[in-house]
Write a protein that binds this ligand. Structure first.
Ligand code: GLU
Ligand code: ZN
Length: 497
C-alpha cells in the first residue's frame, strides 16, 4: 500500500495567495503536489487564496499564472478549468464562509470573543511575567448573557473564536512522522474578524474540506497551524461540511539560502520569473526544485519530470532543511540543455535572441538557417539560454552596429595585435574556398608558421576583431558562418584600429 492509502482517490491543492512575486518555495510546493497527484493518478486543484484584499495584487496573480504555465503545471480544477467544487477564487466564496462560520457558532464549536486588543496584550504580558505560555486564555468561552449584554452596550463587536479541545493533539505527518501538540501551545484562535472578514484560519480548512482534499503538502512554516486545522476539521465534520475525513498532512522542508538563513521571498535567487529571463529551461529548473527535499536515487541528480512522477514517493522526502545552491541549479540546467536536440535548442534560443534585439521579431529564413548552423557551436558551452545573446550576437548584428568589447579590444588589438589581424586579413583574402578547414589552414600558415606566433597569441586578436570578444564560439567555424565579406570587413576595420 502506498502513502495515498486506500479510500478516496488523491486530491491535492496548490493554494497560493497572490501577493508579491512568485518565489522558489512556491514552485517547490506546487511541484511536489503536482508530482504526487500525477503519481497517484489524482487531481491537482489550484485555488487562489485572495481574501486579503489589502495585500493581493492582479500583478502577482498574473505572475503566478505565468509561472504555472511556464513550468507546465496543468491543473485539473481551478481558474479557467471549472470543476465540481468551484469557484476556485476564495474572494468569490465569502457567502460560503459566512454560512460555515454561523454554523460553527451555533454548534458551540466557536464562540464570540469580545476582548479588545489592549486586554489581550495585558493578559499576555501577565502570563509571560508569571511564566505561563501567552496566548488566548479562554476568557470569553462561557460568557453569561449579562456580560454579553454589557459588552454590546459598550459598543464592542465580537470576533468569532474557535474552541480548541483541551487535550493533546497528535497526528502523523507524512514526512516527519508523529507530532504531538500540547493544548497550552495551541490556544483558541480567531476565525472571523469583528468586521465579519473571515481569516486564513477558517477559509483554508473550509475549502480543503469542501474541495475534498485528501493530502495537504505544504511548507514547514505552516506546521504550527496544523493542530488548529485538524481540530477544525473535526468540527466541520460534525456540522456536515465536507466529506468528513481529515486530510493527511506532510510538511516539506525549509529551503536555506546564503549564510544558512531561510531563503527569503525577497532574495533575488528566489524570483522565479528571473530564471526564465536568464534562460533556464523549465525542465532544468523543475529538476533542481525537485532536489530541494527529494531525491530520485542516491547518485543521480538529472532526471525528467516524467521520471520524477513515476518515482515520487513521500517516504523519500527528507524532513531536514534543503540548501539552495545556484551553482548546482545552473549545472543541472546545463545538463538539460546538452540533452536537447539541436533543432529544439535553436527553437528555444530564438525568443531570447529576439528579446535582446539580436534578431528581429520577424526572422528571415537566412537568419534562421544561420542560427541553426551556429547553435551546435555553443550547445556544449551554455548554462542558460540567454547566454546565446553574448555568444552569438556577433553573427546577427548589422555590420554598421557591430562593436567590440572595449577592454578586450584594448588588450588584444594593440599595435602588435593589429599587425596580426592585418596578416590574417591578407591570408584569408587569398582564399578561394571559404570553409572551416581552409580558414584554419590559411591562418595557421600565415600566423603560426609565418609569423612564428603561439596559437593563443595568433588567434586572440583575430577573435576579438571578428566576434568582438575574447571568449567566443570556436574561431574557424565562427569565421565560416560569418562569411567571407563580413569577416574580411571586420578584419580590415580592426587593422585600421
Ligand atoms: N495561501 C496560503 C499561503 O500561501 C496557503 C497555505 C497552505 O498551504 O495551507 O501561505
Ligand atoms: Zn475574549
Amino acid at each position: 500500500m502506498t502513502e495515498a492509502g486506500r479510500g478516496p482517490s488523491v486530491r491535492v491543492r496548490f493554494c497560493p495567495s497572490p501577493t508579491g512575486s512568485p518565489h522558489v518555495g512556491l514552485a517547490r510546493t506546487a511541484l511536489f503536489n503536482w508530482a504526487f497527484a500525477r503519481h497517484h493518478g489524482g487531481t491537482f486543484v489550484f485555488r487562489v487564496e485572495d481574501t486579503d484584499t489589502a495585500r493581493n495584487t492582479q500583478e502577482s496573480y498574473d505572475a503566478i499564472i505565468e509561472v504555472m504555465r511556464w513550468l507546465g503545471f496543468e491543473w485539473d480544477e481551478g481558474p479557467g478549468v471549472e470543476g465540481p467544487h468551484g469557484p476556485y477564487f476564495q474572494s468569490q466564496r465569502f457567502d460560503v464562509y459566512a454560512d460555515v462560520a454561523r454554523r460553527l457558532h451555533e454548534s458551540g464549536r466557536a464562540y464570540h470573543c469580545y476582548c479588545t486588543a489592549e486586554e489581550l496584550d495585558e493578559r499576555n504580558e501577565r502570563a509571560r511575567s508569571e511564566g505561563r505560555a501567552p496566548g488566548y486564555d479562554g476568557h470569553c468561552r462561557e460568557l453569561g448573557a449579562e456580560q454579553v449584554e454589557a459588552y454590546r452596550g459598550e459598543g464592542r463587536r465580537p470576533v468569532l473564536r474557535f474552541r480548541m479541545p483541551d487535550r493533546e493533539l497528535t497526528f502523523t505527518d507524512l514526512i516527519r512522522g508523529e507530532i504531538t501538540f500540547r493544548p497550552e501551545n495551541v490556544p483558541d484562535y480567531v476565525l472571523v474578524r469583528a468586521n465579519g472578514h473571515p481569516l486564513y484560519t477558517l477559509v483554508n480548512p473550509v475549502d480543503d474540506a469542501l474541495m475534498e482534499i485528501t493530502h495537504v503538502l505544504r511548507g514547514e512554516d505552516l506546521l504550527s497551524s496544523t493542530p488548529r486545522q485538524i481540530a477544525l476539521y473535526d468540527a466541520l465534520a460534525e456540522i456536515g461540511v465536507g466529506p468528513g475525513h481529515t486530510p493527511r498532512f506532510g510538511h516539506l522542508p525549509y529551503v536555506m539560502g546564503q549564510g544558512n538563513k531561510k531563503l527569503s521571498k525577497r532574495d533575488p535567487e528566489s524570483n522565479l520569473l528571473g530564471y526564465r529571463e536568464r534562460g533556464f529551461l523549465p525542465e532544468g529548473l523543475l529538476n533542481y526544485l525537485a532536489l530541494l527535499g527529494w531525491a530520485i536515487a542516491e547518485d543521480r541528480d538529472v532526471f525528467s519530470m516524467q521520471e520524477m512522477v513515476e518515482a515520487f514517493r513521500l517516504e523519500r522526502v527528507n524532513p531536514n532543511p534543503a540548501r539552495f545552491d545556484l551553482k548546482k541549479a545552473e549545472a543541472i540546467n546545463a545538463a538539460h540543455l546538452r540533452a536537447l536536440p539541436v533543432e529544439e535548442l535553436t527553437d528555444r534560443l530564438l525568443p531570447y535572441l529576439q528579446h535582446a534585439g539580436v534578431l528581429p521579431g520577424h526572422v528571415e529564413d537566412g537568419q534562421r538557417d544561420l542560427l541553426a548552423r551556429a547553435t551546435p557551436l555553443v550547445h556544449e558551452r551554455m548554462t542558460t539560454l540567454a547566454e546565446a545573446v553574448d555568444m552569438l550576437g556577433f553573427l546577427f548584428v548589422a555590420d554598421a552596429s557591430f562593436t567590440r568589447d572595449p577592454a578586450d579590444a584594448a588588450k588584444l588589438l594593440d599595435a602588435d595585435g593589429r599587425a596580426v589581424v592585418g596578416a590574417a586579413h591578407d591570408a584569408l583574402d587569398r582564399l578561394t574556398t571559404w570553409d572551416t578547414a581552409a580558414i584554419e589552414q590559411a591562418l595557421r600558415e600565415a600566423l603560426v608558421d609565418g609569423l612564428g606566433l603561439k596559437p593563443r597569441n595568433a588567434f586572440g586578436p583575430v577573435r576579438v576583431a571578428v566576434t568582438g570578444r575574447r571568449v567566443s564560439p570556436p574561431l574557424f567555424e565562427s569565421l565560416e558562418l560569418l562569411g567571407r565579406d563580413r569577416s574580411l570587413a571586420r578584419l580590415a576595420g580592426a587593422r585600421e584600429g
